[in-house]
Design a protein around this ligand. Structure first.
Ligand code: NDP
Length: 435
């Protein structure tokens, strides 16, 4: 297809973005390490290591020396895991869409890229998730090839392996963008090497016709792993205490619902900002390999060290909050999806329409509000003993507020006066009356 918008003229990066990028590149791996280490060495207290460091009771090198290091055993587990996901993604075309009513899988079109390409994707995430979890359950209850606590038992050595893969993927994507880009017209060069490395140059890097970096790394080693990690934490609780707490079940159920929703709607994911606007670099590559599996699962990890048993009314309140958040999240996304697939797809005088009714008339990013309610529910399931499990909702708030700002900046230039009319009619972003 003919390119319509070549994007490889270098663009300037402001000093604020550049310093944020360099800070993240330097500190993000240590943030992940800090939380996991705090659980391993300080029973998930985030203040204790800081206080001990401040008072001189311990040193950074002592903390580092106590941390489990890289092991070849963990490397083998990780290689089998990534290899298995790669096999499922590349070699097992989707058949579930043929017999699950209402599910959209198989070969689907992505959105039009800035250069005018429409990529095809093999949507088989639900099938990969089902097969992976069927193997996991069959092993736990029947075959016993490996312990169901295997992930927890190698958690820190696996983190080093995930970091190696994350940096390799990001570096490969960076070099590939210069040497053999998939679509040269979709590359974005900023003239700053750190920014290019972190935020990515290529839009939809691929190897061959079907291996898509964004779809694979976000969905497979990232989101398929999420529910398996939680199951491993649940098995560890059972092993250590002889029972599983209701808080652990809540976290598994609510996050399991979110993960299943993602795979059920994987075709919809092709239309989200990650795929439609972000370029693939360290931010997505390393983030999918390390940040997502390690920090999105902190609640389950915490509950292994602190087996909180919630009162029934409190547990019901958390469940209600999580389900209400999920309902808002899913309905809002669904309303836009239906709107875009029906009359909202047409362009009038070159402009697409904006939805101003339903949840999109309550606030301009009510899908984010639902997501944040769900995030708060996961954290609240851990009770109020420690700060660590609440990291997730703090992080999601920063992520989604930042997304609001950058998305609105883009929408304002894309829709012009139409966006102004929309923001006048729907003045709040996340919470009517507040923000
Ligand atoms: P959205 O699905 O909200 O997409 C924003 C885009 O929607 C805009 O760029 C615009 O695109 C279109 N749009 C905005 N307002 C309107 C309107 N009124 N009518 C019609 N179209 C409109 O954002 P994301 O892709 O960021 O998020 C998708 C979901 O994923 C969210 O629910 C979010 O919570 C979740 N998410 C979760 C993350 C996690 O780590 N757990 C991370 C990021 C997102 P256009 O003009 O091209 O149609």
């Amino acid at each position: 297809m003919k390119s319509t918008a070549p994007k490889n003229n270098p663009t300037e990066v402001d000093w604020f973005s550049l310093s944020s990028v360099i800070a993240l590149l330097c500190f993000a791996p240590f943030i992940v390490y800090f939380f996991v280490m705090a659980c391993d060495q300080y029973q998930c207290s985030v203040s204790q290591p800081l206080l001990e460091l401040y008072s001189g009771e311990t040193t950074l090198s002592a903390i580092w020396a106590r941390s489990p290091s890289f092991t070849w055993g963990a490397a083998k587990i990780y290689a089998v895991w990534v290899g298995f996901q790669l096999f499922l993604y590349m070699c097992v075309p989707d058949i579930t869409h043929k017999f699950i009513p209402g599910y959209v899988g198989g070969v689907q079109d992505g959105s039009r890229t800035p250069a005018g390409l429409i990529n095809k994707y093999e949507i088989n995430g639900l099938q990969c998730w089902l097969i992976t979890h069927a193997v996991w359950l069959a092993n736990a209850h029947y075959f016993h090839w490996f312990s169901p606590t295997i992930i927890f038992d190698h958690w820190i050595p696996l983190m080093w392996c995930a970091n190696i893969l994350g940096y390799l993927v990001a570096s490969f994507a960076f070099v590939k963008a210069y040497l053999f880009p998939t679509s040269a017209d979709d590359c974005k060069f900023t003239g700053n090497v750190f920014y290019n490395y972190m935020m990515g140059i290529e839009f939809n890097p691929r190897v061959g016709k079907w291996f898509d970096f964004k779809l694979f790394f976000n969905g497979r080693p990232g989101i398929v792993a999420w529910t398996l990690i939680n199951l491993s934490y649940m098995a560890k609780q059972q092993e250590l205490y002889g029972h599983v707490t209701n808080s652990m079940i809540l976290v598994n159920v609510l996050q399991g619902l979110y993960v299943l929703d993602f795979f059920w709607n994987e075709a919809w994911y092709l239309k989200t900002i990650d795929i439609c606007h972000d370029h693939f670099g360290w931010y997505l590559g390393w983030g999918d390999c390390v940040w997502l599996p390690y920090l999105y699962t902190l609640q389950g990890l915490y509950l292994v060290y602190h087996p909180v048993q919630l009162s029934t009314p409190y547990a019901c309140a958390v469940l209600a909050l999580g389900l209400a958040g999920y309902y808002i999240f899913r309905s809002t996304n669904h309303q836009k999806d239906v709107f875009r697939r029906t009359e909202g797809t047409c362009a009038i005088w070159g402009r697409r329409k904006l939805l101003t009714s339903g949840f999109w008339g309550v606030a301009r990013h009510f899908n984010y509000t639902g997501d944040l309610m769900g995030s708060l529910a996961y954290c609240a399931a851990c009770g109020a003993g420690h700060l660590l499990p609440y990291f997730y909702v703090v992080y999601m708030t920063i992520l989604l507020v930042h997304r609001c700002v950058r998305d609105e900046h883009r929408c304002s230039s894309k829709y012009g006066a139409g966006w102004k009319r929309y923001t006048d009619a729907v003045p709040y972003r996340l919470l009517p009356g507040l923000f």
